[in-house]
Design a protein around this ligand. Structure first.
Ligand code: COA
Length: 201
């Protein structure tokens, strides 16, 4: 591909490089049914373009999963690690984004009947790696995977919150409309939640 250095990812190439978004190059990993331990070093972004590997995974290392969920402050999940790992294992699909040394950068998971509906339950990227195109890569992968489903839905924070502002900008950039704009409405049963600040997911 002209202008793309050797080893770069070419969009849509079968079984190999997929696409380049933001500062990251994305490729598909082999399906991983046993967790590959993160090698321990704290991954710091060094400013160079790096590869990000997207992989479907079905088994999870509690330590690295907790680190990722803690990195975005989702303590509602990390208070009970066994439940978090069971939830991941029971999801319809979990896709991880890892760096070349196996470090977990982000993750997306779905609840789906694989026919009519896909609900994106979690999409998170370690804040050290925000704005590198990783969230986009994960979500684009899900959009492709569930293109046959009539409903492709998710919930996020209200636009009046700081998280909501960021997330709405992100989802709009990825082509989403709010429920209202789709002439829909979302409802949820009220649940008793600990005060914000002590636990906020
Ligand atoms: C939302 C989230 C997954 C985005 O991941 P990300 O890897 O940083 O996003 P990307 O780099 O792929 O961003 C794609 C585009 O979305 C928009 N976007 C992303 N973050 C944004 C922000 N903070 N402010 C404004 N626009 C933003 C931009 O248009 C961006 O493209 P650009 O960087 O070329 O301008 C990430 O912020 C996150 O993990 N947040 C914490 C967990 C969370 O709230 N998840 C959503 C739950 S519903």
């Amino acid at each position: 591909m002209p202008g793309v250095p050797e080893g770069r990812l070419t969009p849509g190439a079968e079984g190999g490089p997929r696409a380049a978004w933001g500062g990251c190059l994305v490729r598909e990993g082999a399906r991983n049914e046993g967790w590959s331990p993160y090698r321990g070093e704290e991954a710091e972004w060094d400013g160079r373009e790096s590869s990000v590997v997207l992989t479907e995974e079905t088994a999870f290392d509690p330590k690295e999963v907790v680190e990722l969920y803690d990195s975005v402050g989702w303590r509602g999940y990390t208070r009970d690690v066994d439940s978090l790992c069971r939830g991941l294992a029971n999801s319809h699909l979990v896709i991880t984004a890892r760096d070349e040394s196996g470090g977990l950068l982000g993750l997306a998971r779905t609840v789906s009947d694989d026919e009519s509906i896909c609900y994106v339950q979690d999409l998170l990227v370690n804040p050290k790696f925000h704005r590198r195109g990783i969230g986009r890569a994960l979500l684009e992968r899900l959009k492709e995977r569930y293109a046959h489903c009539r409903f492709f839905l998710l919930s996020t924070d209200h636009e009046s919150t700081p998280e909501g502002k960021r997330n709405h900008a992100f989802y709009r950039q990825l082509g989403f409309l709010s429920y209202e704009e789709k002439q829909m409405a979302g409802f949820g049963l009220p649940r008793i939640r600990p005060p914000r600040g002590r636990a906020d997911a």
